[in-house]
Design a protein around this ligand. Structure first.
Ligand code: F6P
Length: 600
């Protein structure tokens, strides 16, 4: 009987095997045919758009495979989860809860090769003019380079310049903090107001919020006060300086162009505030106002009355506003408040990620992996939004910084070939610290629209608490949520699981979670100045990677110009209306005329 069984078994096995082979062959042939057709189409189209490349089209095809797979099942694959993480200098990225397989990653890397991603990163960090609409290099990485490095723009080693300004900032801020540099009436300068908007505000504020509760930050900030004045709303002025003594206040005007309407009005308002208290003397401005601006704005800084020899901290055209926190834009306010050493640690953290970004192979490179998955989620899986969810209260302003960084960078429609994209580009980013967000918009994340989530957490808290009668610390409580949410989103809860809990049948559909919602988790040791630099650089590079794959210019921002121009037209109407009570505004259309006349 054994021989008969074996014979039968062998016959069945070979029959099954043959059928499987045949089916695989047929399936491969179909895919090959589809691919040949796509490649044929591509050639016929002769489009320079990335969406016409075979690499892009293979991903389109692959999407059909992924659409049939659930994260609940993918997560059971041991080999897959072994592969889907990356680590560098304490930063641990787990991307196993992305709707992707190892094949997806391979196809994304093929696309990156087709787009010459590594070459384009090299072009960026070596100072090539990659911001082609403004004819500028993009060198925020040079802001954290070591003094012995060399990066040339127009024949000049920019690293030398960077360190010259950093030394100037170190000397100045130490002078203020030691009391050697004082205000007009001889008082110590203990209040710092940083006036700036957009990229001249969001990055420094996000760093300030981190350092506010960081133990070294707390120690070094004792006796100082740092505030940001961004909004042109007069209420922001009131909130910023109502309780401050102008004699003890140093104003930093932060503006790359030194022309931004909101910043310049706020700067003039602050100058008037100083004059109102100390008299209209030009020395008041020279002793209480400093500027962080681009070299090309030097004349405007001088005209404002600022001492350009000692109180002007330059940066350069090759530093984009939203990429400028590592320049004087962040260095001056943060060093005044917390000391230069802490700011240097922030730069070191960013530098560590820069080096990793420039050298690590694609499959181990944290910002590249995150960027490629960003493209996959948005352009292929069709997710229009994305969330940043730091499980750290001190990162409360990170989502706003990322919002500007990414949406101003990748909110574009034209490729570098001057052709409009025919694929989705640029996500809507939003976010909130956990667990607060869980009690706000997470309902939608779990059951409504899908938004890929970035969870950011830390092994250790800046300040942990443990009550006597609790077995877990407050940080463990926070982190339990950090670990649980990605699984809840990925696995969901089936109707049967709901039923098994004894839920009445009517409610089962309401309490079922479909799951299959992607996220990734970044885990770092502790939220320090260094770790903040790492996070900053990870997100800056993620944005650039997506822009390179999409073939757009992530470094200009023409989209904000039209609104600025129209605001000037409105201002002209308002001037006329304020001059004469009977003036009737005639704007460019009846609706505008009506609402403007209602306003005045
Ligand atoms: O919002 C447009 C923008 O140009 C941003 O890119 C920039 O960060 C911000 O305005 C402020 O510009 P500036 O530093 O020149 O005042």
């Amino acid at each position: 009987p054994n021989v008969a069984w074996e014979h039968h078994h062998r016959a069945t096995t070979s029959f099954v095997h043959e059928r499987l082979q045949r089916r695989r062959g047929q399936r491969d042939q179909t895919i090959d045919k589809q691919q040949q057709q796509l490649e044929g189409d591509t050639k016929r189209k002769r489009s320079p758009l990335v969406s016409a490349t075979p690499e892009w089209q293979r991903l389109e095809l692959h999407k059909l495979e992924i659409e049939n797979q659930h994260l609940r099942d993918l997560l059971k694959d041991e080999e897959r989860s072994q592969a889907m993480f990356a680590e560098h200098d304490g930063v641990y990225l787990d991307y196993s809860r992305q709707r992707a397989t190892l094949k997806t990653l391979q196809l994304l890397q093929d696309l990156a090769k087709r787009q010459r991603l590594e070459e384009r990163i090299q072009d960026m960090v070596s100072g090539k003019t990659i911001n082609f609409t403004e004819k500028r290099a993009v060198l925020h990485t040079a802001l954290r380079a070591d003094p012995d490095e060399q990066i040339f723009v127009d024949g000049e080693n920019v690293v030398e310049d960077v360190h010259q300004v950093l030394n100037q900032i170190k000397t100045f801020t130490e002078g203020v903090r030691s009391g050697n540099i004082r205000g007009y009436t001889g008082k110590r300068l203990r209040n710092i107001i940083s006036v700036g908007i957009g990229g001249s505000y969001l990055g420094p504020e996000f760093l300030h919020e981190v350092l506010k509760t960081e133990p070294d930050g707390i120690n070094s900030a004792l006796g100082y006060n740092l505030r940001f004045l961004a909004n042109v709303d007069p209420v922001d002025v009131e909130r910023t300086c109502a309780d401050l003594d102008p004699e003890e206040t140093l104003i930093i005007v932060v503006s790359k162009t030194f022309t931004t309407a909101e910043t310049m009005l706020n700067a003039r308002t602050m100058r008037q505030w100083l004059w109102d208290f100390m008299g209209n003397d030009k020395e008041v401005v020279r002793k209480h106002v400093v500027a962080c601006a681009s070299v090309s704005a030097t004349d405007k800084v001088k005209e404002f009355g600022i001492d350009t020899n000692n109180y002007f901290f330059r940066f350069w055209d090759w530093v984009g506003g939203r990429y400028s926190v590592c320049s004087a834009v962040g260095a001056v306010p943060i060093s005044l408040m917390y000391g230069f050493d802490l700011f240097e640690q922030f730069l070191k953290g960013a530098q560590s990620i820069d080096r990793h970004f420039m050298t690590a192979p694609m499959d181990k490179n944290i910002p590249i992996i995150m960027g490629l998955l960003g493209v996959w989620n948005h352009s292929f899986l069709g997710y229009k939004t994305r969330t940043t969810l730091p499980y750290a209260e001190a990162l409360l302003r990170l989502p706003s910084h990322i919002q500007q960084l990414d949406m101003e960078s990748n909110g574009k429609v034209m490729t570098r070939h001057g052709i409009e994209v025919d694929y989705p580009v640029g996500e809507i980013d939003f976010g909130e610290p956990g667990t607060n967000g869980q009690h706000s918009f997470f309902q939608l994340l779990h059951m409504g629209q899908t938004a890929p989530c970035d969870f950011i957490g830390f092994c250790q808290s800046q300040h942990d608490l443990c009550l006597d009668d609790e077995s877990l610390s407050s940080h463990d409580e926070l982190m339990a949520n950090f670990f649980a949410q990605p699984d809840a989103l990925a696995n969901g809860k089936t109707a049967d699981e709901v039923r098994a809990e004894g839920i009445e049948e009517d409610l089962v559909p309401h309490r079922t979670f479909k799951g299959n919602r992607p996220s990734m988790s970044l885990l770092l040791p502790k939220l320090t100045a260094y770790a903040t630099g790492q996070l900053l650089a990870i997100y800056e590079h993620r944005t650039a990677v997506q822009g390179f794959i999409w073939d757009i210019n992530s470094f200009d921002q023409w989209g904000v110009e039209l609104g600025k121009k129209l605001a000037n037209d409105v201002k002209a109407h308002l001037v006329d209306a304020r001059k004469s009570e009977n003036h009737v505004i005639e704007a460019s259309n009846p609706a505008s005329s009506r609402i403007l006349n209602y306003y005045v």
